[in-house]
Design a protein. Sequence first.
Length: 142
Amino acid sequence: MASSIYVDIVSAEGEIYSGAAAMVFVPAAAGELGIAPRHAPLLTTLKAGEVRVQPAGGGEEQLFWVGGGAIEVQPHLVTVLADTAMRAKDLDEAAALAAKARAEEAIKDRTGAMELAEAQSELLRAAAQIAMINKLRKLKRS
């Protein structure tokens, strides 16, 4: 029985993480998905949120933020193809708050259906970043 699954997290900017994991958690479109070694093959979309990687052999859980994308799961390989991705510790709170404010203003303006959909999507990404930043704050206090 395999005790680890190999994980690749990539975005347009490049590879963010690559390594063996005991467990991976992702924000799938239908809810959080936990992936263990020998998971059934799966292909699904991701929403903006946190990706958690529990390293094989123990160690500190690795936290990442993705702005959406897709995930492919094979029994011994997980590939996260993110629209945007970064390590959680690299999130910029000021930028996330500014993006949230811009999106809220665009939603108020309602200039067109496409612009409204883009603003709502940006608002969801900004809210996910802010939630991740708040979670990291709480983890640092404990």
